[in-house]
Design a protein around this ligand. Structure first.
Ligand SMILES: [Zn+2]
Length: 362
């Protein structure tokens, strides 16, 4: 469980030993804290329309019609299975994995309708579709951060380590503010008559069904030539982390891969320029690597489970978290992070976006 390993990093040697001994009891306590924190993080209103809401929609980040294309008998795998071992029996049904609950049913069924339409992917997406995707990505991040802020507060109390936890809490609060700003921008863009709110840096239509489904915002640390994109350890509260949106959509008979950001967001210009020079194969490798090393939230087809579970390199890559570098105050954390997240290591894991791993049509 990622929250447990997060906490582990903040414990002394003695506490770590203690932790290993009392793992079961500990996990139970953390489980309870998560439950309490989730309840405390619950809003009173729908985040989109602002109406009072008592029963929120269980919104999927990746639309169901895409997940269906990588499922076998209604089941597919979620990356939680990689990090949270043992994972073999942990395939999830269509209704459980990667969902968030901060908007009402009416909004969930109307606000995303342009992009949640399989017919829309035979050409480049419209600006409105990108705005809807960005809006959903930010909603999901907002929901996650709201939960984390409460969780850190409660963990600090429960485990008597309030200083470390309040540090985490303030990082989450800064993030939350940024996600809310991005959400507002996206919401406005959804209703804008202009087609220039987002910059589509990459769009690829592949003539086969890829075994991965993904939709999220990601803050890259470095570009393809070792340049810094986001200084993720910058302590200034004025420094804002900037994200790109990445999508890998498996459709009925083809797939679409996209990368975009807010228009005028120049922190990514160099990276986009470097990326554009790569061959299609290398581009797909980069996207594939970004998903596995930066994200904890992708879905995959059961047919590649052995490939994923049996590959030690891939498991290591999938378990990377930026917090691992922040434990030694004297170390150059950013340099270490840039080395770890170096996209030129992309050949160390299988490229699931290549034709080799396509979903077998039934
Ligand atoms: Zn609503």
């Amino acid at each position: 469980m990622e929250d447990v390993s997060l906490l582990k990093l903040g414990l002394t040697e003695e506490e770590k030993k203690n932790y290993d001994k009392k793992k079961i009891e500990f996990n139970k306590r953390v489980g309870n804290l998560q439950k309490v924190s989730r309840a405390e993080a619950k809003n009173a209103q729908c985040f989109i329309c602002g109406k009072e809401c008592s029963s929120f929609c269980n919104s999927h980040s990746v639309p169901q019609f895409l997940l269906e294309n990588i499922s076998v008998a209604g089941k597919f795998y979620h990356s939680g299975n990689l990090v949270d071992m043992p994972m073999v029996d942990k395939d999830k049904g269509l209704n459980e994995a990667g969902t968030f609950k901060i908007i009402c049913r009416d909004c969930d069924s109307s606000v995303f309708s342009d992009y949640e339409n399989p017919e829309a992917y035979y050409q480049k997406p419209t600006d409105k579709m990108l705005a809807q995707i960005a809006m959903k990505n930010n909603l999901k991040s907002i929901s996650k951060r709201q939960f984390e802020i409460n969780l850190y507060k409660n963990m600090g109390k429960e485990f008597g380590n309030p200083d470390m936890m309040s540090g985490m809490e303030s990082i989450s609060s800064t993030d939350l503010k940024e996600y809310i700003d991005e959400f507002k921008y996206a919401k406005k863009a959804c209703n804008s008559k202009w087609e220039d709110n987002y910059y589509l840096s990459y769009f690829e239509s592949l003539p086969y069904v890829v075994p991965i489904a993904f939709q999220n915002n990601i803050a890259l640390v470095s570009d393809l030539e070792g340049g810094t994109i986001n200084d993720i350890y910058n302590p200034s509260s004025d420094y804002v982390i900037k994200s790109i949106h990445l999508c890998v959509f498996p459709l009925k008979n083809h797939s679409v891969v996209m990368m975009f950001c807010k228009n005028g967001e120049n922190r990514y210009s160099k990276f986009f320029k470097q990326f554009r020079k790569l061959s299609t194969e290398e581009k797909l490798k980069v996207i594939n690597y970004i998903i596995f090393i930066y994200s904890e939230d992708y879905y995959f087809y059961k047919g590649i489970d052995q490939e994923i579970l049996g590959n030690e390199n891939l498991k290591d890559v999938a378990k990377t978290t930026p917090l691992s570098f922040a434990t030694n105050p004297d170390a150059d954390s950013l340099a270490a992070a840039k080395d770890t997240y170096d996209l030129n290591k992309r050949d160390s894991i299988p490229n699931f976006l290549s034709e080799t791993y396509q979903v077998e049509q039934s």
